[in-house]
Design a protein around this ligand. Structure first.
Ligand code: DAH
Length: 368
C-alpha cells in the first residue's frame, strides 16, 4: 500500500531533500488530523512506522541506501527529524482522543426527531380477564388453570355430558385426529369451555373450594362479528357446606356491579347446562340505555352475559371417585362461566370481535 507513495529520488542535493521530506511531513500531519478512534490510530502507526512495510522503512531502504556518501549525513538527520515528527503525531493522536474531524462526523443533530420507543400495554382481553379475576380474588377466590388439549372425560363426561348426549352438539368440538384406538373418555380434543377445570380442581382439592379459572377455549364456529373459533372464558366454582342459590345470586350480582358499575341490576333466567341444576342465564340491565330499551339490548333493557347454576349431584359423583368428601348429601356448590371477549366488547364498546386478534397497533394502543 505504501511503496508507490515513496518516490524514487534522483538527486540528493539539499533542496531536493528538503522538498521530499517536507512533502512526507505534510502528508503525515494531514493523515494524523483525520484520525478517529483507536483503530485508526493503530492503522496510522502501521502505515508510517511499521517495521516491514511502513513508509519510514521505505524511505530508509530506498533513499538512505541509494544516497551518495556525501549526502548520507544530511539525509539521516532529516530522516530522524521526520521520524520524531511522526512519533509525536502518533502520541498526540493516541492521547487526544478523536480529532475534530472525527467528532464532527459523529456529531448528533439535536433538532432531528428522536427515536420513539413504544411502551408495552396489556392486551384488552388480558386486561379484562385480570379485572374479572381480581373481582373474585377480592372475595377470597384462588386462581386455577387447566390444559387446553383436554380429554373427552374432563371436557364432557365428567361435566355430565354422557357419550352420545345431544347436549354435546351445542359445543361444536375440534377433536385431535387418529384417536380411534383410545377409549372414548381418553380421546383428546381442544377444550370447548373452561368447565373441565372444575373437575380437575375437585380431584386435587377437598372442599371447601372457591376458585376462578381463566383460559382459552376452542370451538368449530365460523368467525363473524361476535364469534371466533378461539376465545376466552372465566369459570368459577364454589363448593362448601350450605351453599345456596342465594349465595350464587349475591356473588354474581356483586361481581357484575364491580365490573360494570354499581347501578347495574342483574336478573336470573331459567336455562339449561348439564353440569348445573337448576341452571340460569344471568342478564344485566343494559349498560348502554340504563334499561330503557335501545338497539344494543334489542329494546328489552337487558343483556345476557353469563351462565351459572348449582353444581349437579352427578358432577359431584364424578369428583367423589377421587375425593369422597364431595358427598352431595353433605356439601353443595355453585358454578358460573363467562365469555371474556363478550364482556370486553361491552365494557369498551367494541363491535367486531376480530379486532382483538388483528394485532393492529392503532386499536391496541387505545388500551395502553
Ligand atoms: N361452560 C358453559 C359454556 O361454555 C358456561 C357455563 C355455564 C359455565 C354455566 C358454568 C355454568 O360453570 O355453571 O357455555
Amino acid at each position: 500500500m505504501t511503496t508507490e507513495i515513496i518516490p524514487t529520488l534522483s538527486s540528493f542535493d539539499d533542496d531536493s531533500l528538503s522538498n521530499a521530506f517536507a512533502a512526507l511531513e505534510q502528508q503525515a500531519t494531514a493523515n494524523a488530523a483525520a484520525l478517529s478512534g483507536p483503530e485508526a490510530v493503530e492503522a496510522f502507526r502501521l502505515e508510517w512506522l511499521g517495521r516491514k512495510q511502513g513508509r519510514l522503512n521505505d524511505v530508509s531502504s530506498r533513499w538512505l541506501k541509494a544516497a551518495p556518501p556525501e549526502a548520507k549525513k544530511s539525509l539521516g538527520q532529516r530522516f530522524n527529524a521526520l521520524k520524531q515528527h511522526v512519533e509525536s503525531l502518533l502520541e498526540a493522536a493516541a492521547g487526544a482522543g478523536p480529532s475534530d474531524a472525527a467528532l464532527a462526523a459523529e456529531a448528533i443533530d439535536i433538532t432531528l426527531p428522536g427515536t420513539r420507543r413504544l411502551t408495552g400495554a396489556e392486551h384488552p382481553i388480558t386486561k379484562t380477564l385480570n379485572e374479572i379475576v381480581s373481582v373474585f380474588a377480592a372475595l377470597g377466590y384462588s386462581v386455577g388453570v387447566g390444559p387446553e388439549v383436554e380429554t373427552d372425560f374432563y371436557n364432557f363426561e365428567s361435566m355430565n355430558f354422557p357419550p352420545g348426549h345431544p347436549a354435546r352438539d351445542t359445543q361444536d368440538t375440534l377433536v385431535v385426529a387418529a384417536q380411534e384406538r383410545r377409549s372414548q373418555r381418553d380421546r383428546l380434543l381442544l377444550r370447548t369451555h373452561t368447565s373441565p377445570v372444575q373437575m380437575r380442581t375437585m380431584e386435587q382439592q377437598q372442599p371447601p373450594v372457591r376458585i376462578v379459572i381463566p383460559g382459552k377455549v376452542h370451538r368449530n364456529d365460523a368467525a363473524d362479528a361476535t364469534h371466533s373459533p378461539i376465545f376466552h372464558q372465566v369459570e368459577g366454582l364454589c363448593v362448601d357446606t350450605n351453599i345456596t342459590f342465594s349465595d350464587l345470586k349475591g356473588t354474581l350480582d356483586h361481581a357484575m356491579k364491580a365490573l360494570f358499575g354499581s347501578s347495574v341490576k342483574t336478573r336470573f333466567f331459567p336455562s339449561f347446562f348439564p353440569f348445573t341444576e337448576p341452571s340460569a342465564d344471568v342478564q344485566i340491565s343494559c349498560i348502554f340505555c340504563g334499561g330503557k330499551g335501545c338497539r344494543k339490548c334489542k329494546q328489552s333493557g337487558w343483556i345476557e352475559l353469563l351462565g351459572c347454576g348449582m353444581v349437579d349431584p352427578a358432577v359431584f359423583a364424578f369428583a367423589q371417585e377421587k375425593q369422597p368428601a364431595y358427598d352431595p348429601k353433605k356439601i353443595s356448590g355453585f358454578a358460573f362461566g363467562m365469555g371474556v371477549e363478550r364482556i370486553a366488547m361491552m365494557k369498551y364498546g367494541i363491535s367486531e370481535i376480530g379486532q382483538f386478534y388483528a394485532g393492529d397497533m392503532r386499536f391496541l394502543g387505545q388500551f395502553a
